[in-house]
Design a protein around this ligand. Structure first.
Ligand SMILES: Cc1cc2nc3c(=O)[nH]c(=O)nc-3n(C[C@H](O)[C@H](O)[C@H](O)COP(=O)(O)O)c2cc1C
Length: 190
């Protein structure tokens, strides 16, 4: 009887671990960051509600100035609408519009939104999905699409995160962008 109880408990814990941690639960955060890249080629396989929910929760968990959490996330699954913001969106992709108050007061909201976006970017990659941050279309989105996207009153879009499944033909090594050398960036004070 005791063995049976233990087995049920073990299986439950194992299952909840898989569900909570996603497909790549054995990957460390540092592995995800060091092997990550911004995806250009997505497939049309839909992002599951469960993965999306987890990604959004990771965005909410981001640190923010004075814990203000002054961000709003607008989630768009509608391909036609998403295509108006960023071209070549595949069905199944999700766009997350991260917005902050228009006033920009007190300062730092763009920084907060960027941290939330990057949390979600890393979360998506840790789940085996691909993601890309977009800043280029933001000006146009703010001037022409705020109403159709239902961006909350008094808010403006700061960044857009695209999430989807990576096209199987993409080779992660060649898709990755180079970085400047460690020596060029890091300076240890003597
Ligand atoms: C603030 C910000 C804005 C970006 N805007 C765009 C964009 O408008 N279009 C785009 O294709 N990629 C955009 N990117 C993705 C970058 O081009 C990409 O992260 C960078 O080239 C490094 O590539 P990697 O992430 O694959 O290493 C943006 C990234 C950041 C952080």
């Amino acid at each position: 009887m005791k063995t049976k109880t233990f087995s049920v408990l073990f299986i439950t814990l194992l299952f909840s671990g898989v569900v909570l941690n996603g497909q790549n639960s054995n990957k460390s955060v540092t592995d995800v960051i060091l092997n990550g890249y911004s995806v250009r080629m997505f497939s049309s396989e839909p992002v599951s509600d469960q993965d999306l929910d987890l990604i959004l929760k990771c965005g909410i968990k981001a640190p923010s100035s004075r814990n203000g959490q002054r961000w709003k996330f607008t989630v768009v699954r509608d391909t036609a609408l998403a295509n108006k913001a960023i071209g070549n969106i595949n069905p199944g992709n999700v766009l997350i519009f991260v917005s902050g108050p228009e006033s920009q007061e007190p300062a730092g909201i763009d920084f907060d939104c960027a941290l939330a976006t990057e949390n979600m970017n890393i979360a998506a990659q840790s789940l085996g999905l691909g993601a890309r941050i977009y800043g280029g279309p933001v000006r146009n989105v703010n001037s022409t699409m705020k109403q159709s996207l239902e961006i909350p009153e008094g808010y403006r879009v700061v960044t857009i995160l695209r999430v989807g499944h990576v096209d199987k033909s993409v080779d992660a090594v060649t898709a990755a962008s180079a970085r400047k050398s460690y020596e060029e960036i890091v300076n240890f004070k003597k």
